[in-house]
Design a protein around this ligand. Sequence first.
Ligand code: FPP
Ligand code: MG
Length: 305
Amino acid sequence: MSWVSDYQYTWLQKLALNALQISGHIPHHIAFVMDGNRRFARSKQLDKIEGHSRGFAKLADVLRWCLDMGIREVTTFAFSIENFKRSRDEVEGLFNLARDKFAKLLAEIERLDEHGIRIRVLGNIELLPADLQRLIASAMLRTEHNDKLFLNVAFAYTSRDEITQAVESVLQAEENPDGEDALLPTDINERLLEACLYTRHSPPPDLVFRTSGETRLSDFMMWQIKSSVLYFTQVLWPQITIWNFMAGIIAYQRDRSRIEDFRSEQRLHSAQLAKSSDFYSLRVQKFLHKLDANRRKLLIALASN
Ligand code: FPP
Ligand code: MG
């Protein structure tokens, strides 16, 4: 299958993978910033787009490793809204790659079902060409019943845009003060905004893994990663090996205990905030239900365009 490779492990790799599963906590959710595709291409005298294509092939290996390790959720940064500023050729090349991969995904959908993989594209997909919107919406709808591995592809995404969209959703509900779903100003707090993000159904990443030696966060999941372990490696994305991947897991296992107290405090704070505000009121829950329904309606409209 093109999205999850048939990676063949050596016995030593299998042994190491098992040892990691036994020795420590396996992250529930990993977010990858797949950086370094063009530097890789340059170093091999390849075209940029070939670099991105090798990057996608690496993503398929990484998904296989995640599945076999028991990781339940993977988020990957595939196209930032900032990337629209790249040359027309590169942007079009990336869109063609995405068209090809989403079309293949739909053609081999039974294999995704077998693995129970649900695809969610996080981002402002209306910024994309209509045919790509259609493929993305179809992939999301077609896999929505799967629940073993959640694969979130951040495409046309930045955190600033995600937060802006969340605020807009809240404002739209406030605009209609006489409507039954109207929110009250006192309903608006960080718990509500968090529930309006594209990641509203995901726990925050436990580990953020960025390749290519860059130690920036590049406007990626800025809201969600306040207590995630950050792991940076020098290796360029298309060149990462299972050993680099496992080094990231070991770093997470080492650092997790230090941040776990902080994380449980955060969870408690969020739960208290939800309880002390009207987060569980019928009004707010109706609003969130409608938000989901509207997002799904949009996907159905895009898929049939
Ligand atoms: C960053 O490397 C990578 C990207 C901007 C694109 C990543 C996209 C893929 C791997 C394909 C994903 C497609 C789907 C459908 C999931 P860079 O271009 O910034 O390289 P550089 O840092 O060496 O310049
Ligand atoms: Mg880069």
